[in-house]
Design a protein around this ligand. Structure first.
Ligand SMILES: [Zn+2]
Length: 279
């Protein structure tokens, strides 16, 4: 089956919820540090970054400039439009506020390493700005899912989408481009934007490709009038009974989703056992 056919088959069935795909780009920080009579100055992403050189973490006192988010791209599922906010286009505060608004509206968040990286960095920047936390949302982090389920040797978004035949970005992030963009270079701003926006398309298509394999996908809690069981991964109701599945003590009804292929556990069917192991 072609990639296009797979994507068509599994498009999220009902967009009754705000499903957000988001990706941030960052600029590394700068540090100047005295070590054995030498002054070392350079970029860092985190304070352990120079450990191979120094043998210890950089002390925060040596930081001249902290790493920061410089642009953000996002898209709501089902919308064609990719939004973009940047330090140079919006100003730093407005960029962070617009990003906060997108989070605040979202019920479900998609992204590659979005839980460990994007959300945490943005939280720190929102707190610094004095903002409240956005409304609660559920995260589906494709990096976590990939690591958990598959044995791919590399779990970068570029490598995974490439191996799965998903058309992906052609460019690569580099610090010089990011720094030049912040300094006002229009060609570098355009390149970074194209890269950032390209990642959004790749991320969303990647989630669609993973449907069926991501049992932790947040369910759409809005019930249907006829109360047919629905698939947690694509929210469709094309479920075919597929026998039962056994938990430790209870047998549950099992369905196969005809849209995304996911295994769906239904309501309690019967008790598997009336006894338990004694420990
Ligand atoms: Zn499904």
């Amino acid at each position: 089956m072609s990639i296009a056919a797979v994507a068509d088959r599994v498009k999220l069935n009902v967009s009754t919820r705000n499903v957000l795909t988001l990706d941030i780009e960052r600029l590394p920080g700068r540090a100047r540090h005295q070590h054995r009579g030498l002054t070392i100055e350079g970029d860092f992403w985190d304070l352990s970054g120079w450990k191979h050189l120094l043998g210890y973490r950089l002390p925060p006192e040596s930081v001249i400039e902290w790493p920061r988010t410089i642009c953000v791209a996002w898209k709501f599922y089902g919308s064609k439009r990719v939004e973009f906010a940047s330090e140079w286009g919006d100003g730093r505060e407005e960029m962070l506020r617009r990003t906060w608004d997108a989070y605040d509206k979202a019920d479900v968040l998609y992204g590659h390493n979005v839980a460990g990286f994007d959300t945490k960095n943005l939280n720190a920047e929102w707190l610094t700005l004095g903002l409240n936390p956005p409304s609660p949302f559920k995260t589906l982090d494709t990096l976590k899912e990939a690591r958990k389920t598959f044995g791919f040797e590399s779990n970068t978004l570029a490598s995974l989408t490439d191996r799965l035949g998903i058309a992906t970005k052609t460019d690569k992030y580099n610090v010089e481009m990011a720094r030049a963009a912040c300094a006002g270079s229009k060609p570098d701003q355009r390149r970074l934007k194209a890269y950032n926006v390209g990642d959004i398309h790749a991320s969303e298509q990647f989630v669609d490709r993973l449907r069926g394999w991501i049992p932790g996908h947040p369910h759409n809690v809005v019930g249907k009038i006829d109360d047919r069981p629905t698939c947690p991964q694509c929210w469709g109701d094309n479920l075919t009974p597929n026998g039962t599945t056994l938990a430790v003590q209870i047998v549950y009804r099992l369905y196969r989703c005809d849209d995304c292929g996911g295994n769906v556990r239904g309501a309690h069917h019967s008790r598997a056992a009336v006894t338990r192991s004694a420990r």
